[in-house]
Design a protein around this ligand. Structure first.
Ligand code: AMP
Ligand code: GLY
Length: 421
């Protein structure tokens, strides 16, 4: 089968790595890809947010299956255009991807299907929003409604802080994403991410993960896209996962189908767990990055069969072959990230690292220059390892990190600490 993956990060490198191991893959193209992906697949320049451009490219290259990595093409309706053209796609329609693209929509779905989540108000008017904050008190969570690259959520410790966040959002600091806000009850507990494949009717859990969003050790400092992750998440026990499926995921998927917008693809279920009870924090319409890297490390080649079954509506008759293993990924980022950072610095040592089914360096933001790898983004490498215990996976990952020669990069040395404490 000829396969096209859309995206250019560590998530897409890990998807490409898993797909390439499956004998059903004859040809793999990743658009636009990166320098690490280029070592295992063809990379192509393409406007992945244009449905027309992606359809044309797929037809010209005899593509039979398209896997969409990031949220932007989903929100732009690229999956819809591909399906209209008769192509097989892994990824939800524009309408269904509103579960990520609109927080107000997700809250409305939760109301309609009874899924437990934080109490909330939805506002398009700043005075009404501020009045709600004053009646609720702090701590309270203020969210821009639309896609804001992970930056549209403010956890306000005081009413004044919440009002300042509202001034910012209604003042346009998140563009149109901030013209509507959702204000939520602050939920306590421990967070975990749960990944479920959906084909519009059936749901199939494929693993859990926890990520480290803060830049600093001990989970301190500013938020990032994620500085590391591990799978499985010990806090998401089988019993809690079963509750999340029964109380949150299945009702949501049924509600979406009832509304004529069946959800097909991976549903990233962000949960808050307190006293054994899961509540929904958020949905994403795609794999997490870097959570995908640890899931792919554990699933390997079967990831392709699972995504293919989701796209063909066959999830009711496929199973995951679980191994009793653990995976952990450490993000190497450019110094300065998530603030300003330099691009183009040279990364050495990668060729000397031996990679196998237990050790992989996924590239998140690299380019090739004069035969060398150079940094091309904030998050640059995802050093990923698998082991029979989380400690073993962690030791293997940091042993590889120590082999990377990149004076302009940094990483957290404590990825996994919550699970190992
Ligand atoms: P989101 O973009 O909705 O995932 O929010 C980003 C992060 O903010 C989440 O991963 C949580 O850590 C935190 N968060 C969001 N909503 C809440 C809430 N209602 N209560 C507590 N923490 C939250
Ligand atoms: N790592 C968080 C996300 O992908 O949304």
């Amino acid at each position: 089968m000829n396969i096209l993956i859309l995206g250019s990060g560590g998530r897409e490198h890990s998807l490409a790595w898993a797909v390439m191991q499956n004998p059903k893959c004859d040809k793999l193209i990743v658009a636009p890809g990166n320098a690490g992906i280029a070592q295992i697949a063809d990379c192509a320049t393409l406007d992945i947010n244009s449905g027309g451009a992606v359809v044309q490219f797929a037809e010209e290259n005899s593509i039979e299956f398209v896997i969409i990595g990031p949220e932007a093409p989903l929100a732009n309706g690229v999956a819809d255009r591909l399906r209209e053209a008769g192509l097989l796609v892994f990824g939800p329609s524009k309408a269904a991807s509103a579960l990520e693209a609109s927080k107000a929509f997700t809250k409305e779905i939760c109301d309609a299907c009874g899924a437990p989540t934080a109490a909330y108000g939805h506002f398009t008017d700043i005075d009404a929003a501020k009045a709600y904050v004053r009646t609720q008190g702090a701590p309270i969570v203020v969210k821009a409604d639309g896609l804001a690259a992970g930056k549209g959520v403010i956890i306000a410790e005081t009413v004044a802080e919440a009002e300042a966040a509202l001034d910012d959002m209604f003042g346009g600091s998140f563009g149109t994403a901030g013209a509507e806000v959702v204000i939520e009850e602050f939920m306590r507990g421990e967070e975990a991410s749960f990944f479920v494949l959906c084909d519009g009717e059936n749901v199939l859990p494929i693993g859990s993960a926890q990520d480290h969003k803060r830049v600093g050790e001990g989970d301190t400092g500013p938020n990032t896209g994620g500085m590391g992750a591990y799978s499985p998440a010990p806090v998401l026990t089988d019993a809690i996962a079963e509750r999340a499926l029964a109380e949150i995921v299945r009702p949501t998927v049924a509600e979406m189908t009832k509304r004529g917008m069946p959800y097909q693809g991976v549903l990233y279920v962000g949960l808050m767990i307190e006293d054994g009870a899961p509540r929904l924090v958020e949905y994403n319409a795609r794999f997490g990055d870097p959570e995908c890297q640890v899931l792919m490390m554990r699933l390997g080649a079967q990831a392709f069969d699972l995504m293919h079954a989701a796209a063909e509506g066959r999830l009711g008759s496929i199973q995951v072959n679980w191994a009793d293993d653990h995976a952990l990924t450490v993000v190497l980022a450019a110094k300065g990230y998530p603030g300003a950072y330099e691009k183009g610095t040279v990364i050495g040592g990668l060729d000397a690292l031996s990679e196998d089914g237990n050790h992989m360096v996924f590239h998140a933001g690299t380019a090739e220059r004069d035969g060398a790898f150079v940094a091309a983004g904030g998050r640059v490498l995802n050093v990923t390892a698998r082991g029979s215990t989380l400690v073993e996976a962690q030791q293997r990952a940091y042993a590889m990190v120590d082999g990377v020669d990149w004076p302009d990069g940094f990483c957290r040395r404590d990825i996994g600490w919550r699970a190992l404490d």
